[in-house]
Design a protein. Structure first.
Length: 278
């Protein structure tokens, strides 16, 4: 729910403020963290999972002091956008410079001789993202040029679903798409089509974007295309089926969270409104 690629692709596809989307994800992200932690705590107690020795306040302080430089990265990105010091794009550049300094000169996790290799990998990743973004812009242009979004918006509003029924249909559609496609492709195809109808029904673009983003998060955690499942499967060395069954409590929790975000717009819009971004 923090700054992410799906938010950027949605913003470009619908001409929505990237900064507002980043800020809008903070409260929902905090709520999701609390919900997932609560489920984890409950299951750990129920199944009597082994626990680590409780850390003292002194140990917590030492761990915090060691990690403060890494934690400051989030403060720089979100704080800079909050205060208007720089835009979301400029925040990415600042974060890259800050990460370089911390990694090389403070934590020493990255050696100077490794920097060229990291730059090449970053260039490859950037090229892939730019290709996706270029296609998003091109796809939106083609749809607009052919007058497809307004026609679909007229048809959807003619069904008299209301914003409640419309968002229910959108969630079902996106969850179904998540069974076969990865998030960037879904947003690239669906956002330009669904966005005009959402605006006709009075749904805020930022709220709609966060709702889509949560759907993408859920899609990463269920088969058969759930990327997070495959990563966790390779790390834990267990089968996808077994892992999917084990992950069901958290997946159900995320579905409940999706309903909350969908039908409680103020959870998403409160911070951007307070920051004057809406």
């Amino acid at each position: 729910m923090l700054p992410s690629i799906p938010k950027i692709i949605y913003a470009i596809s619908t001409n929505t403020s990237i900064g507002a989307l980043f800020v809008a994800g903070l409260l929902p992200g905090t709520l999701l963290t609390i919900m997932l932690c609560a489920v984890t705590w409950y299951l750990a107690k129920k199944h009597n999972y082994p626990t680590m020795e409780r850390a003292s306040w002194g140990q917590c302080w030492v761990a915090f002091r060691r990690s403060i430089w890494g934690l400051m990265l989030v403060v720089i990105i979100i704080g800079g956008i909050y205060t208007g010091i720089f835009t979301a794009t400029e925040a990415a550049a600042m974060a890259a410079v800050y990460s370089f300094i911390v990694s090389v000169y403070i934590y020493s996790d990255l050696k100077l001789r490794d920097v060229p290799r990291v730059l090449v990998q970053s260039a490859n990743m950037s090229a892939m993202l730019l290709y996706i973004i270029t296609n998003a812009v091109l796809f939106s242009f083609v749809l607009t040029n052919e007058n497809i979004p307004p026609a679909l918006a007229d048809w959807i509003t003619a069904q008299n679903l209301g914003w409640v029924g419309f968002l229910l249909v959108v969630n079902i559609l996106l969850l179904m798409a998540g069974n076969f496609m990865e998030p960037s492709s879904i947003i690239l195809i669906m956002a330009p089509i669904l966005f005009p109808a959402a605006k006709r029904l009075g749904i805020d673009p930022v709220h709609f974007g966060i709702t889509i983003d949560v759907n993408m998060e859920v899609g990463l955690c269920h088969p058969p295309v759930g990327l997070n499942l495959y990563i966790a499967s390779s790390i834990a060395r267990i089968g996808i089926t077994e892992l999917t069954i084990a992950a069901l409590p958290w997946l159900l929790t995320m579905l409940v969270f999706l309903v909350i975000v969908t039908y409680w717009p103020e959870l998403t819009l409160f911070l951007p409104r307070v920051m004057g971004m809406l």
